[in-house]
Design a protein around this ligand. Structure first.
Ligand code: NIG
Ligand code: FE
Length: 418
């Protein structure tokens, strides 16, 4: 059993150490027999390629017939299967307790999503012990890993007081290096009618208690959550604390969040279901990535964002799960890719790029998300001859084996030819 398999087994049995945080050494391996390689750059898949990995990093990618003779001794013949980068899920909220299945059922029966449901999860989360929160979150990360996600971002946002937000970011930091402080998710009930006071807390004592574990700060800029001035205040406080900036914006209706994100130089603005032409123009001229979360539209029975419009305008696009108990209780990036191809007007290479290299861009990471020389050897072998089968066979687990730093961490080395 590899160290990583042990991590996953520990997660499943409830004896948790960590999952996607940090590294675990790194293996050296030559991957051959690749039916189709999708490298995460957005270019068309290529046949007949091979990859050479040394100590967890990619040192060579090219046609197998030109493989350097001296290339390493350990071989992995994937026997005609497709290889893609590990998914980079750049937006999740997976530290929480309870569930909201009843709310979901009501929505499927026609009731609209309102952000007020978040408060139900806050209550359950505050009441849960830290080991319980940790066990649940690690199970979700193990599930994501088995689905091919090798880099994951995790937000707080269901604590909404100093002690609980600090607890959530501490749990998140055992899961991943990409932890986001989302104290500004919604105004908690005890601050009803005093949202500016809550913003003061978010930017003061709560930020102080959380910043040490975090790389990012996020704010839900939407009617019913925080307005543009409050969002800007939160983001500026985060920037002063050394955090990178992210926003939830334009999810439920048009609003100021998307253009604010571009104006403040956020790494990403997420959701962006409702964008004006001016928003699209502002985003296209900026380095800010738009992270589309179509599983949230699926689970809230809402209209989908227009991915095609964004790509045609030159906006940088990522896809992520938004895994949370209210609007998107899935860890499946394959499902998100299938939705993007079916509903957002994206081609399979575009969607795959958005779910890998695009996610890396949204996290400002240049070491993951693309299978190129110098990057981490985080890759997925599909049980399919072509990457398009992710969307062609929706709802079917197509992941055969998951590698991080060249080491098998989930699934099994493929046997038999395609
Ligand atoms: O990204 N939009 C705000 N936050 C989450 C929903 C959280 C919830 O409903 O619990 C989202 O969709
Ligand atoms: Fe979200």
């Amino acid at each position: 059993m590899t160290s990583y398999e042990r991590e996953v087994a520990d997660a499943r049995s409830g004896e948790i150490r960590s999952c996607i945080a940090g590294g675990y050494g790194g293996a050296s391996v030559v991957v051959t027999g690749i039916g189709e390689l999708c490298d995460g750059t957005g270019s068309s898949p290529a046949a007949g390629m091979a990859i050479v990995v040394e100590e967890g990093r990619i040192v060579w990618v090219g046609p197998e017939r030109t493989l350097p003779e001296a290339a390493g001794s350990s071989r992995l013949d994937v026997a005609g299967r497709a290889v893609i980068p590990g998914f980079v899920d750049s937006h999740t909220h997976l530290v929480f307790a309870g569930d909201r299945a009843g709310e979901w059922e009501a929505r499927m029966a026609g009731r609209a999503y309102v952000a007020g449901g978040i408060v139900g999860t806050v209550e359950a989360t505050r009441a849960a012990t830290t080991p319980e929160l940790s066990r649940r979150a690690h199970r979700l990360v193990a599930e994501a890993l088995e689905g091919g996600t090798t880099t994951i971002e995790v937000k707080s946002g269901y604590g909404l007081d100093v002690a609980n937000e600090a607890r959530l970011v501490r749990v998140a930091a055992t899961l991943t290096d990409e932890v986001t402080y989302l104290g500004a998710h919604v105004v908690p009930p005890e601050y009803a009618g005093r949202s500016d006071d809550y913003v003061d807390l978010v930017c003061g004592q709560m930020l102080e208690a959380c910043r040490g574990e975090c790389r990012w700060i996020d704010v839900f800029c939407e009617e019913g959550a925080f307005d543009a001035d409050q969002a800007r205040t939160v983001l500026e406080a985060g920037r002063r604390a050394g955090l990178g900036l992210k926003l939830h914006a334009n999810q439920l209706r048009h609003g100021p969040g998307a253009s604010l994100g571009a104006a403040v130089g956020a790494a990403s603005v997420d959701h962006c279901t409702h964008l004006s032409d001016a928003d699209v123009e502002a985003l296209a001229g900026s380095p800010t990535v738009v992270t589309l979360l179509p599983a949230a539209e699926f689970s809230t029975r809402s209209g989908y964002p227009d991915g095609r419009r964004l790509l045609d305008a030159g906006v940088r696009v990522a896809l992520a799960t938004d895994c949370n108990p209210g609007t998107s209780y899935t860890t499946s990036m394959s499902f998100v890719v299938a939705l993007a191809v079916r509903e957002l007007g994206m081609t399979l290479p575009e969607a795959l790029h958005a779910a890998t290299g695009g996610g890396a861009d949204a996290l400002r990471r240049d070491d993951v998300g693309r299978l190129q020389v110098g990057k981490r050897a985080d890759f997925v072998v599909l049980d399919a001859p072509s990457a398009s089968w992710i969307a062609y066979r929706p709802g079917v687990p197509m992941v055969s084996a998951v590698f991080r730093l060249g080491e098998l961490v989930a699934g099994a080395p493929p046997g038999g030819r395609w």
